[in-house]
Design a protein around this ligand. Structure first.
Ligand SMILES: NC(=O)c1ccc[n+]([C@@H]2O[C@H](COP(=O)([O-])OP(=O)(O)OC[C@H]3O[C@@H](n4cnc5c(N)ncnc54)[C@H](O)[C@@H]3O)[C@@H](O)[C@H]2O)c1
Length: 255
């Protein structure tokens, strides 16, 4: 197979969660630009509508689904809706995620549960429920969005729940890769460093200067820089890759 064919996703059907903005939006566009039809999932339905429209403008099929990844019934309805529209699900990108900064000694149970609920349990519920369809198809590709925070402790901000959730996403990835390789399902993770999305914009004025000095490349990432790594993992270019964590952090985790 030549290289262009390897990266071609024509005929593939994908779901991207948390795709109304930020990295999810960029990955949804990347899959569509490579030929896939994409379901755009988010709690922010207006944002998801806009992204789905942009994908249709590219000539691919796309629709938005309002779903909260922490609610099993929402995830089941999402899966049914995608099956009904696309007939199959080849690619799932588990991207929905949240963060806030609280010192460990002050963190409430509510704050802990919320971040673990979306970032860790949400990834598992989506993988499990969509994974059952992929098992039945004997084909699937799951990409979980972890973070460099699953590998290192960020500074100066305190975010123990976030770091723990993202480390857990790496172990969900490795566990599912091991369990589901026999069903022809690959499961990989991307661990981004700081990327200038709405999630980071909120705290960039406070921390941006400190962060840049900790990054060998001397800058944070542009959201569009996740398109290449996502396409690599979503496509046949990575056909022998499973259980891996692709770090894209401008070198942050080297130092
Ligand atoms: N931006 C970064 O620097 C960075 C770095 C490493 C990892 N990440 C991870 O990348 C992912 C995307 O981050 P981003 O920066 O694009 O964030 P973002 O806040 O810009 O976008 C996240 C999206 O997820 C949606 N969302 C939140 N909770 C949801 C839920 N319960 N169900 C469904 N959708 C939900 C939001 O509505 C939003 O559209 C997250 O998992 C984040 O932890 C981001």
């Amino acid at each position: 197979m030549n290289v262009k064919e390897m990266f071609n996703l024509s005929g593939e059907k994908a779901i991207v969660t948390g795709a109304a903005q930020g990295l999810g939006e960029q990955m949804a566009l990347a899959l569509a630009e490579a030929g896939a039809d994409v379901a755009v999932v988010d709690i922010n339905i207006e944002g998801a509508d806009g992204v789905a429209e942009s994908i249709r403008d590219l000539g691919r099929d796309s629709f938005s689904i309002e779903a909260d990844v922490t609610k099993i019934s929402d995830v089941e309805n999402m899966t049914k809706a995608v099956k009904a529209r696309f007939n199959k699900i080849d690619i799932l990108i588990n991207n929905a995620g949240i963060v806030n900064n609280v010192p460990a000694e002050e963190m409430s149970k509510k704050e802990w549960d919320k971040v673990i609920g979306v970032n860790l349990s949400g990834v598992f519920f989506c993988a499990q429920i969509v994974g059952r369809e992929m098992i039945a198809q004997k084909k699937g590709n799951i990409i979980n969005i972890s973070s460099m925070s699953g590998l290192i402790v960020n500074r100066p901000q305190s975010q123990i729940h976030y770091n723990t959730s993202k480390a857990g996403v790496i172990m969900i990835t490795r566990s599912l890769a091991a369990e589901w390789a026999k069903y022809n399902i690959r499961v990989n993770a991307i661990a981004p460093g700081y990327m200038r999305t709405p999630l980071v914009d909120k705290v960039f004025p406070e921390y941006g200067k400190d962060w840049s000095s900790l990054i060998p490349m001397g800058r944070i990432g542009d959201p569009s820089e996740i398109k290449g790594p996502a396409l690599f993992l979503a496509s046949r270019a990575s056909s022998f890759v499973t259980g891996s964590v692709l770090i894209m952090d401008g070198g942050y985790t080297i130092w």
